[in-house]
Design a protein around this ligand. Structure first.
Ligand code: SAH
Length: 338
């Protein structure tokens, strides 16, 4: 089977170019520039390369980005992409613009096995893990579409990145590699529901990325109910893994906290949150629940959101309310499903 070129690290490509294709080393650099800087989507269109080499590349490598099946653009500039993969499976990604920052919220799995009660993705079930090329390909296809470079990547699309660890790890390596996407590690974020062994591994291997934890409740009973994987990796275990991560990396951790009216938005919930994150280098992103068809939770009022944020401040929790983007095209957090 031919290797997908977007699965390969620049070093691997160099070796293949020299040892198998018998090319000088600089050809590998030119090839990488064609893919990651100029976004040329077919070998045959890479005019800087000699024609025989372009045919040789076609014989040795596979180069196919996810295909844009649908594209929804919101008034605030957010674009939701529905991509079709080679085997006909669909995934979604979202481009969010905030000033100079262009963020892609990418998927790490097609569907999701976790069934968090408030999230649209879990409703559709799990299909499969994505390959590295399919993860990196989402960003490349979007850059091709908007003709601009993306400068921030977050694994907050469909799926649980730490349940697809190897492929996500390789994608991160390509995101930050100087000869590939060349992003700063501060601009790559892995968001996880709290897969404890994955967090430990991420710390041990010092992956060049930031960590976000989808916490949503610091009370075992409530978290069990809204995030069922909490039964497998309960809050105590999660906290231990986070202490380990903080000690190893000294990175700040983001906690994501969806506000569900009447469920996790009381003073007691804030006290539990404060106790859970005490001593960690952390801040909290408050995400007012985005309503999703077939899901019964309600979005809290603006007053309630303000109350929650103020109470957090009083408890010495640094908390921001996440600006909602793209909700009219069902591209906001938790609305990704097709
Ligand atoms: N599995 C990972 C990656 C998915 S991220 C994780 O759980 O972190 C998706 C983000 O959107 C998470 O913070 C998730 O909790 C949040 N989210 C899911 N459904 C939502 C909804 N209906 N409204 C607002 N945020 C939601």
């Amino acid at each position: 089977m031919k290797k997908n070129i977007c699965d390969c690290l620049p070093e691997e490509l160099e070796t293949e170019c020299i040892e198998i294709l018998h090319q000088p080393r600089y050809r590998a650099d030119q090839l990488l520039e064609q893919i990651y800087i100029h976004h040329v989507s077919r070998f045959r269109d890479m005019n800087v390369l000699p024609k025989p080499l372009r045919s040789l590349l076609d014989e040795h490598f596979h180069y196919l980005l996810p295909t844009i099946d649908k594209r929804f653009e919101a008034a605030d500039g957010t674009i939701k992409y529905l991509f079709r993969l080679e085997d006909g499976v669909f995934i979604e990604s979202v481009l969010i613009r905030e000033g100079k920052r262009k963020t892609v919220c990418f998927s790490s799995q097609a569907g999701c096995p976790l069934e968090c009660r408030f999230c649209a993705t879990g409703l559709g079930g799990f299909k499969r893990n994505l390959t590295t090329a399919e993860i990196v390909g989402q960003i490349l296809a979007i850059e091709q579409d908007i003709r601009e470079k993306v400068n921030n990547c977050v694994a907050m699309g469909q799926g649980e990145p730490l349940l697809n660890y190897e492929k996500v790890k390789q994608a991160i390596a390509l995101f930050v590699h100087k000869k590939a996407m060349n992003l700063s590690s501060r601009h790559v974020t892995i968001s996880t529901v709290g897969i404890v062994p994955g967090i430990q591994r991420l710390a041990d291997e010092e992956l060049p990325c930031r960590l976000a934890i989808s916490l949503h409740s610091a009370t075992g009973k409530i978290r069990d109910e809204i995030v069922p994987v909490n039964k497998k990796y309960p809050l105590g275990e999660l906290r231990k893994a986070l202490d380990y991560y903080a000690e190893k990396t000294s990175n700040r951790i983001t906690f994501e906290y969806i506000l569900l009216a009447g469920k996790n938005d009381s003073k007691e919930d804030i006290a539990a949150l404060a106790a859970f994150i005490k001593g960690l280098p952390a801040f909290v992103n408050i995400i007012p629940f985005n309503e999703v068809p077939h899901i019964a939770f309600k979005r809290p009022s603006k007053n309630r959101v303000d109350f929650f944020q103020k109470e957090c401040e009083i408890m010495d929790i640094e908390a921001f309310v996440r600006q909602e983007k793209g909700s009219e095209i069902m591209a906001a957090c938790g609305q990704l499903t097709q």
